[in-house]
Design a protein around this ligand. Structure first.
Ligand code: ADP
Ligand code: ADP
Length: 228
């Protein structure tokens, strides 16, 4: 589902990523872990097509992003949902309108997008919060809205960038449970970028350790991470 081959990204003198090979099968939850500066953000930006690699290939669902431009890239991007540490909801819009927003941009008729948004909010456990504004929601609830919004375009892959770093441990467990259920119930392939080893242990099937822009280790969770 996600395939990186000999990915390399250089900024001037700085080598941000070098010889990155990574293969995440459909329905797997894969963690990327590494210290600050290891290249995690650059990797995400290459995966979403925001950054073009210096060399190598990035394929999602069989589509090579490095070959795409314009319409092709936009189409490929639609198969990828993004979840961030800072959810960035529209403060002047309700949870329902926030989730419907990407569908509005995509030109989906109003009744249809609001129905879909309501369904997604129910899915993430916020069926009773559709009319609340972000200021009326807890951090965990806002992250649920963010996840519902990411699901609006029915992505096959969800990229989660530090999805729980702003949350306390109880809320973190709830959000990780929700992410796991996306895989279990919807078959979504998940890539989680995090600096928290506890998150990796809790939820990932497989993991890649990035260090200085290179893959230091990759494989099944138990092979890569010794038990605590
Ligand atoms: P991480 O997300 O793991 O903290 P980054 O991907 O942000 O790591 O950074 C990896 C390396 O690439 C760092 O040395 C960083 O300074 C460098 N880098 C990232 N983006 C840029 C950029 N736009 N211009 C120059 N250097 C960059
Ligand atoms: P709808 O047509 O779905 O009812 P509206 O155009 O009435 O949506 O917008 C609903 C709310 O969302 C409004 O409060 C509006 O300010 C806010 N909103 C819509 N689009 C944006 C945007 N791109 N940036 C910030 N706020 C937005």
């Amino acid at each position: 589902m996600i395939e990186l081959r000999a990915l390399r990204k250089v900024f001037g003198e700085t080598v941000a990523l070098e010889e990155i090979d990574l293969s995440v099968p459909a329905g797997e939850i894969h963690g990327i872990v590494g210290r600050s500066g290891a290249g995690k953000s650059t990797l995400i930006r290459c995966l979403t097509g925001l950054e073009s690699p210096t060399s190598g290939t990035v394929s999602i669902n069989g589509v090579d992003l490095t070959n795409q431009s314009g319409a092709g890239l936009r189409e490929a991007r639609r198969s990828i949902g993004m979840v961030f540490q800072h959810v960035n909801l529209l403060d002047s819009s309700t949870a329902l309108k926030n989730v419907a927003h990407p569908l509005k941009i995509a030109g989906v008729p109003k009744a249809e997008r609001l129905d879909k948004a309501r369904e997604l909010l129910e899915f993430v456990g916020l069926g009773d919060r559709v009319d609340n504004y972000p200021s009326q929601l807890s951090g965990g609830q806002k992250q649920r809205v963010g996840i519902a919004r990411a699901l609006a375009a029915e992505p096959k892959v969800l990229l989660c960038d530090e999805p729980t770093s702003a949350l306390d441990s109880t809320t973190t467990d709830q959000i990780l449970g929700l992410i796991r259920s996306l895989r279990d119930r919807l078959g979504i392939t998940v890539l989680i970028i995090t600096h928290e080893m506890s998150v990796i242990r809790e939820i990932c099937d497989s993991v890649t350790l990035l260090a200085d822009g290179r893959v230091a280790k990759t494989g099944k969770l138990a092979e890569v991470i010794a038990e605590p």
